[in-house]
Ligand binder design. Structure first.
Ligand code: B12
Ligand code: SF4
Ligand code: SF4
Length: 213
């Protein structure tokens, strides 16, 4: 019989081979959902087309599918992806449900170690209850007095309860938006958590081009 602890350990090893991380899991109705992602710019050396490629060809999503389909098969799980939609799978809610990350005032999930510098790439659904890590203790936002993420956006796109994607996109289209375009979202960069996980500028630029396209 397979040891469940070995299963998650083996899965983690397989994911690391591709620069991916097992971010957490949650038990739902006798099944276990495991959320997979990446942090920082470690993924860049694994994905053909990152960071300089054309986002319109979806290199990250294409790569994610190619890598995750055989892994799901090997581990006997069903896989789904955050980019399959609409309707979208509620990946942020799933991540929050693992107890390993928290909702930030920007709406993005924040991780005590990786800060805002992680993305969600896939989820695996396993039959049965797997032994999961203890939830993280507390959100870093709780002790962040000044909340610089909320005061740094040049067009005030984040209010703490909403995000104005249209104002953001308009700003990115002009010359004043080139700082965000080349370095990544200024509001996200203002967050002091996990500075060593910040995306390298070329990597951040790829995601900004993908968003602004
Ligand atoms: C559609 C979408 C967008 C849209 C609309 C976003 C919106 N706010 O409405 C657009 C294109 C604008 C967008 C933009 C970005 N997005 Co987006 N987006 C998605 C996508 C594909 C679906 C979101 C959705 O509607 N889900 C359906 C709902 C029901 O799911 P949910 O998990 O329950 O959603 C909860 C949270 O999202 C939260 N929430 C959402 N917005 C807000 C805002 C506030 C203030 C609060 C408190 C909560 C909150 O509340 C929901 C209910 O609990 C997700 C992937 C996914 N499948 O989830 C990525 C996703 C949410 N995006 C992500 C990112 C990183 C971005 C960008 C930062 C991209 C970038 N540039 O790098 C930008 C933000 C703009 C910027 N300035 O940089 C990441 C977030 C990772 C994380 N750490 O949390 C995701 C998970 C993609 C991924 N592969 O990792 N996005
Ligand atoms: S700047 Fe502070 S409040 Fe904003 S996301 Fe970072 S830790 Fe949370
Ligand atoms: S990318 Fe720039 S304009 Fe858009 S929300 Fe972030 S800080 Fe604001």
């Amino acid at each position: 019989m397979t040891d469940d602890r070995d299963l998650l350990g083996d899965l983690e090893t397989r994911l690391h081979e591709h620069g991916l991380l097992l971010l957490g899991g949650v038990v739902e109705g006798g099944k276990t959902r495991v959320v997979i992602g990446n942090a920082g710019s470690q993924i860049v050396s694994h994905v053909p087309g990152l960071p300089g490629g054309d986002p319109r060809t979806d290199p990250v999503n294409t790569w994610t599918r190619q890598v995750m389909a055989p892994i799901a098969q090997q581990f006997g799980a069903t896989v789904c992806f955050p980019f399959d939609g609409p309707p979208w799978h509620p990946f942020v809610s799933w991540m929050l449900g693992t107890g390993q990350a928290f909702v930030s005032p920007l709406g993005l999930a924040i991780h005590p170690r990786y800060g805002l510098w992680f993305a969600l790439r896939a989820a695996l659904l396993f039959d049965g209850v797997l032994p999961l890590a203890q939830p993280a203790a507390v959100s870093p936002c709780e002790t962040c007095r000044d909340r610089p993420c909320l005061s740094t956006c040049p067009v005030g796109a984040f209010t703490g309860t909403s995000y104005d994607a249209e104002s953001c996109r308009d700003h990115l289209a002009g010359s004043a938006g080139q700082d965000c375009m080349s370095q990544g979202c200024r509001a996200r960069r203002a967050c002091p958590v996990g500075p060593e996980w910040r995306y390298a500028p070329a990597h951040a630029g790829f995601h900004m081009r993908a968003f602004a396209r």
